[in-house]
Design a protein around this ligand. Structure first.
Ligand SMILES: Nc1nc2c(c(=O)[nH]1)N[C@H]1C(S)=C(S)[C@@H](COP(=O)(O)O)O[C@H]1N2
Ligand SMILES: [Mo]
Length: 223
């Protein structure tokens, strides 16, 4: 299958991210997802609270903004749109026109996504990959999977989701490599300011070092 512009296929699925050599956060004995933002009251959901929701399998490639793509991954989990309709909407402040969603991980990482993009049919809250429970390298206990958007949207170790009526403050807003708010891989929306084509050659040189550093913090120590 063709890859989006500027992407190259890699063997396997490397551990990658801003965590670099840091080991993955430990999986809590009783993982929860906290919901916040424009809710009538804060909510804490356990795995049991999610157990009854419909599940889906999604075969997809995974595209990091740095230019590597892992191909043919089989994710399983709850469609985010189902989760939103069944779990979130009944708890929203009535009439709140939600526009942005923040997905935060146990390691302090976060991504900011337009609600419309998060509601796309291919977005999952995933807990399994290729027939196995998600391992720590790839986001245990659960992660966001949005295969049509760059990897940085796909928060691993998901522990908190916030719902906002305007764009929440982004600590990296003024960075030259600030994230593109839509981050659609087929439109090559890598960054807010810099065109994708400009950053491609720089990124391609960074893939090796970031991959090596991330593997060093890996829970399985595979390269
Ligand atoms: N919690 C958390 N999620 C994260 C990251 C991170 O550093 N921490 N890195 C992001 C980036 S840039 C990418 S490319 C993917 C990498 O996912 P993988 O390690 O499963 O390959 O995770 C994304 N989600
Ligand atoms: Mo990435």
């Amino acid at each position: 299958m063709a890859l989006p512009p500027g992407q190259r296929a890699v063997e396997g699925f490397p551990r990658f991210g801003t965590h670099l050599h840091h080991p993955p956060p430990p999986v809590p004995a009783h993982p929860t997802i906290e919901l916040g933002g424009e809710l009538t009251e804060p909510v804490s959901l356990s795995r049991a609270d999610l157990a009854g929701l419909p599940r889906r399998t999604e075969l997809a490639d995974f595209h990091c903004v740095a230019g590597w793509s892992a191909t043919g991954l089989r994710w399983e989990g709850i469609p985010f749109a189902t989760f939103y309709r069944e779990v979130v909407e009944p708890r929203l402040r009535p009439g709140a026109p939600i526009s942005h969603v923040v997905f935060a991980g146990l390691d302090g990482y976060q991504s900011i996504v337009l609600l419309d993009d998060a509601l796309a049919a291919d977005v999952l809250i995933a807990d399994r990959l290729d027939g196995q429970p998600l391992d720590s390298d790839h986001g245990a206990p659960i992660r966001l999977v949005s295969p049509s958007q760059y990897g940085f949207v796909n928060t691993k170790h998901l522990c908190r989701i916030e719902f906002h009526v305007s764009e929440p403050p982004d600590p990296e807003r003024f960075s030259p490599i600030a994230a593109h708010r839509r981050a659609r891989v087929w439109a090559e929306e890598r960054h807010r300011y810099l065109p994708g084509r400009v950053v491609r050659p720089i990124y391609h040189r960074l893939i090796g070092p970031i991959r090596a550093l991330s593997a060093r913090g890996s829970s399985t120590r595979r390269a």
